[in-house]
Ligand binder design. Structure first.
Ligand code: C2E
Ligand code: MG
Ligand code: MG
Ligand code: MG
Length: 287
């Protein structure tokens, strides 16, 4: 009996392995064509300055407008792009869109906004990264001081001299660096001090139960104090409620991002958002 179960199990295993491999192959093929077919779109989510209650910047977040599946989340395809290496050209597409869009907003709203763009680990070891960034900045006439790049802790996992040199070269251009999803990796104090970065983005898992869960509150407070002692700006990710924002502001957090303010939006909606909050309406969302 055990044996026949084993055989049945084996076939089920084979079957699901086949399904998995097939889906994966189709995803890879679809993704290969997505860039040339113009199926990638960039959404933008505001980052709010809690002190002056103004929009500080927008984070560029990619979406895939799939002909059959509709709008696909980056969680579903970024890992695949990273594995195949396609994140290099796709990442540059996002950077180009974001820099060009920032110029548009500058013209339309005469604003002092900045743009934040995610940089995958794979891009950081791409030899032509700096040359490509320089090219895009020049082509879009974008001020490097208005650009921030978000790198993850895992992307910095092996902080060698090469990584430090790259971050330093970016900063020499005036580009600012954020550590994304901070707290989910393995940063040590020594490591943080060594890294040329400007901003820590506290991962949303720590913001989630910030009042109900005393431990998270302590962690976030400690990160804010540590970050500030090292001269870093702090952004809290995933702020969904007024209470979270009030609490974060109370413990010295300067910047916040999350559904409480706005979800990532397409360009048309961002335009409306900027127009609406050029005045003082954001005060209604921050106590
Ligand atoms: P991330 O860089 O940490 O971006 C923040 C994610 O949190 C976004 O998910 C955003 O929609 C979501 N978020 C923001 N506020 C809230 C909130 O209040 N509640 C909740 N539950 N979620 C919130 P999204 O857009 O699905 O992106 C997921 C991840 O995909 C990003 O995480 C980033 O790691 C990656 N990604 C997105 N675009 C790019 C890109 O252009 N390049 C690279 N390399 N990665 C990207
Ligand atoms: Mg990010
Ligand atoms: Mg993040
Ligand atoms: Mg995150």
């Amino acid at each position: 009996k055990a044996r026949s179960n084993g055989i049945a199990g084996y076939y089920i295993f084979q079957r699901s392995l086949h399904d998995f491999a097939f889906k994966r192959l189709r995803l890879e093929n679809d993704l290969r064509l997505a860039l040339v077919r113009g199926e990638f779109v960039v959404f933008y989510q505001p980052i709010i300055n809690l002190s002056n209650r103004k929009i500080d910047s927008f984070e560029a977040l990619i979406r895939w407008q799939h002909p059959q599946r509709g709008l696909v989340s980056p969680i579903e395809f970024i890992p695949c792009l990273e594995e195949t290496g396609s994140i290099v050209p796709v990442g540059m597409f996002v950077l180009h869109q974001a820099c060009a869009q920032l110029q548009e907003w500058q013209k339309t709203f005469n604003s002092e906004l900045s743009i934040s763009v995610n940089l995958a680990a794979r891009q950081m070891v791409y030899p032509k990264l700096l040359a490509d960034i320089d090219f895009i900045l020049k082509e879009t006439n974008c001020n490097p001081e208005r650009l921030k790049l978000e790198v993850t802790e895992s992307g910095l996992l092996e902080v060698g001299q090469q990584t430090i040199d790259l971050l330093q070269a970016l900063r020499d251009r005036g580009i600012r660096i954020s550590i994304d999803d901070f707290g989910t990796g393995y940063s040590s104090l020594a490591y943080l001090q060594k890294l040329p970065v400007d901003t820590l983005k506290i991962d949303r898992v720590f913001v989630k139960d910030i009042q109900a869960n005393g431990e998270n509150a302590e962690i976030v407070q400690a990160v804010i104090q540590l970050g500030k002692a090292l001269g870093k700006d702090i952004i809290a990710e995933g702020c969904e409620t007024n209470a979270q924002v009030t609490f974060l502001k109370g413990i010295g957090c300067d910047f916040a991002q999350g559904y409480h303010f706005a979800e990532p939006m397409d360009v048309a909606h961002v335009g409306k958002f900027i127009t609406k909050f050029m005045g003082s309406d954001l005060e209604a969302m921050i106590n």
